[in-house]
Design a protein around this ligand. Sequence first.
Ligand SMILES: C[S@@+](CC[C@H](N)C(=O)[O-])C[C@H]1O[C@@H](n2cnc3c(N)ncnc32)[C@H](O)[C@@H]1O
Length: 277
Amino acid sequence: MEQSSVARLEEREFRKLSQFIEREVGIKMPPAKKILLESRLQKRLRIHSHRDFREYCDFLFEQNDRQELVEMIDAITTNKTDFMREPAHFDFLVEKALPDVVRGKGHINLWSAACSTGQEPYNLAMFMEEFRERASSCVEYSIRATDISKSCLQKGRNALYSLKDIEDVNLEFKKKYFLKSRDPKSDQVKIKSHIRSRVNFQSINLMKDDYGLKETYDIVFCRNVLIYFDRKNQHEVIGRISSHMNLGAYLFLGHSESMAGMNSGLTSVASSIYKKT
Ligand SMILES: C[S@@+](CC[C@H](N)C(=O)[O-])C[C@H]1O[C@@H](n2cnc3c(N)ncnc32)[C@H](O)[C@@H]1O
């Protein structure tokens, strides 16, 4: 394929790729997403100098190139995230959920499932610090941050963000939880080490039967990922997540996601927030 030319994704290859993506990653791939898939995978074809999608699919599926499967998944996932995204969730967390789950406990576990590039789990650590300060609580905590995307997890581990990324963070939080670069020209900030050390990143595909998690959780954020899955996969993922939650634990979904009509053993306690009862 020439550098500037665009490889067309034909029906046959689209079917192969979309079926694989739906089965392995859970992301729905109806025909309307053909153009999106075509454009997101152009770079992968270029990197391997494949002339067309047929060659790329042979390489991917027939040679079963595991490394390329990981890169392909990276290329097709939507990783949009922000600090302070859906802030009402953090208010509920500090005012209602934490006072409830912390009662009588010395340590709690939090999980940001589908954490993208780390803003959500670091935000959770910041609000845990706020809660401990406000409630004069000594409760300890650990945060597991998981995603399927290798490059997102790496970015999360690096904990480096741009000044633009922290636009919506208030000044007090900026001072307390972010370090400015010593280079005055740099536009990068780093999460402070006392926050970084609370968050452990790990690769987990929510579609797999076994997440390999040893601990159970008191607070789970699984926001803005179920929206990409069909109803059956949503139901199964919620069931698996719920099996890793303690009784009384809270699950936060994205504002546009709902478990209405699902028999999950979780009770709705506020908009897009559920409790294991
Ligand atoms: C739109 S981001 C949401 C990030 C964050 N939770 C938020 O609300 O800001 C969706 C994330 O889900 C991840 N994802 C998609 N399919 C997944 C799967 N099967 N298992 C785990 N993560 C997945 C993507 O890699 C992406 O980082």
